[in-house]
Ligand binder design. Structure first.
Ligand code: ATP
Length: 430
């Protein structure tokens, strides 16, 4: 396997994403818009697979977790209560010579571009404002949510009232967040519009320590189960903590050429519910029906980035081998599960049989069809997008009703009965 330089790896992934339809620059025909991207035909499949995996793990494997899908725009008071209007700020400095702006904590004394003198830091709020209403002068100011989790706190009482959950329990959500990042860049790693997956775990204050450790380990185990090289994942312990937090850890993709944080495991205590209780005037305490104890639940948060995970998975899966580029993606995440080829496109009997296999498989699996070029080129095209299995229909297939199935990573080929194909692929994917 060729050693790929880290700085070149990002360029290769950006180019592969564009070339094969994973990710396109946003508004490209107008020259783009910094920090915005669109997911193409393969990207949306892969992202949906990833989100589905997370969602099923959260809500099906944990009977004490339910999901919600909250609104992107909330009453603006939410952002006062959450502290974002005051503290969701980044100190920014500007180079007096080239007028480039940098985050103050990204730069030491000198300006990296031209060596010019830099200004004193100014504070910038990174919430994205918007306006509601149609009449000029009467429009109401609001914000696109800066983090997805706030709607979970707002709906915590509604969830309790409409389910049979008791503490400890969790509410999870996957949703968009928007930030006026000072330095959007590094492809999907720092965007202005991105997606987060969050779990807010509500527990008794005395059990915070236990649940914090539990979720820290659970989340790491989950990420390790989907990465080709789990040794590239690690914890980063935060030393500077919010006043309400006792601990904070990031799960990092340590081999990333740029930003490393993928998910934060946060000790939020009773901060969020106490603040929303104070600002809304509503009682958000929990009553234990067995003991009669009344308290504000404490919260462990696991807040991860879908887009960062998506990109880290691609960086991690990318391999250049002797005659091919291969994405060694976890099969459940790969956009296509299987590709079907007739050995020769101009032989109607082969095409007919291959087509019937394709029609049968596509009901259960995302299935690709390819009858262009030769088999070698078709394998190359599927390896490059991470398709775990390729099925070829040849002349023998017409006689023995078997096909050749080739596995992506080992390139091992097997003959398998057409009748058993769907079951075989299903088993392999599990
Ligand atoms: P960073 O310090 O890298 O800006 P953060 O600590 O502000 O991240 P959180 O507010 O904890 O991030 O958000 C949770 C997750 O959302 C992060 O772990 C990351 O995966 C993702 N995320 C945050 N900001 C962005 C962004 N601008 N673009 C893409 N993903 C992001």
């Amino acid at each position: 396997m060729k050693e790929i330089k880290k700085e070149n790896l990002m360029e290769k992934i950006v180019s592969l994403c564009k070339r094969r339809g994973f990710v396109f620059p946003g508004s490209e025909i107008y020259g783009g818009l910094q920090g915005f991207y669109d997911f193409g035909p393969l990207g949306v499949e892969m992202k949906n697979n990833l989100k589905q995996l997370w969602w099923n793990w959260m809500t099906r494997e944990h009977e004490d977790i339910v999901g919600i899908d909250g609104a992107i725009i909330t009453n603006p008071k939410v952002w006062e209560a959450s502290g974002h209007l005051k503290s969701f700020v980044d100190p920014l400095v500007e180079c007096k010579k080239c007028h480039h702006r940098f985050k103050a904590d990204d730069i030491s004394a000198e300006c990296p571009d031209c060596g010019g003198e830099i200004t004193e830091p100014k504070m910038f709020n990174i919430l994205v404002p918007t306006q509601l209403g149609v009449v000029e002068g009467e429009k109401q100011n609001a914000y696109l949510r800066g983090e997805a989790c706030q709607t979970i706190y707002l709906d915590y009482k509604n969830v309790l009232d409409t389910t049979r959950l008791k503490i400890p329990f969790g509410i999870c959500q996957i949703g968009k967040a928007f930030r006026n990042e000072v330095t959007p860049g590094n492809f999907l790693l720092r965007q202005r519009e991105f997606e987060q997956w969050d779990l807010q775990w509500f527990c008794h204050p005395k059990e915070m320590e236990k649940w914090f450790e539990y979720w820290k380990n659970e989340r790491m185990a989950w990420y390790k189960s989907i990465f080709a090289n789990p040794e590239n994942l690690g914890f980063y312990k935060h030393e500077k903590l919010a006043h309400y937090a006792k601990k904070a850890f990031d799960i990092e993709y340590t081999a990333s050429p740029a930003v490393k944080e993928m998910e934060g495991i946060h000790w939020r205590g009773d901060w969020d519910l106490s603040r929303h209780a104070e600002f809304s005037g509503q009682d958000l305490s929990y009553v234990d029906l067995e003991t009669g104890e009344k308290f504000i639940p404490n919260i462990v948060e696991t807040s991860g980035g879908v887009d960062r995970t998506f990109l880290f998975l691609l960086l991690d899966a990318y391999c250049e081998e002797k005659d091919r580029v291969v994405l060694k993606l976890y099969p459940k995440i790969a956009p296509y599960k299987v590709a079907v080829f007739p050995l020769l496109a101009n032989k109607p009997e082969l095409a007919k049989l291959a087509r019937s296999i394709y029609d049968n498989l596509k009901i259960n699996f995302m299935t690709a069809w390819d009858d262009r070029g030769n088999i070698g080129k078709r394998y190359y095209a599927q390896d490059e997008i991470g398709t775990p299995f390729c099925v070829t229909v040849d002349f023998e297939s017409l006689e023995d009703k078997k096909v050749t199935i080739r596995e992506r990573d080992s390139m091992k080929q097997e003959r398998i009965a057409i009748d058993e194909l769907a079951e075989y692929i299903k088993k392999q994917l599990e």
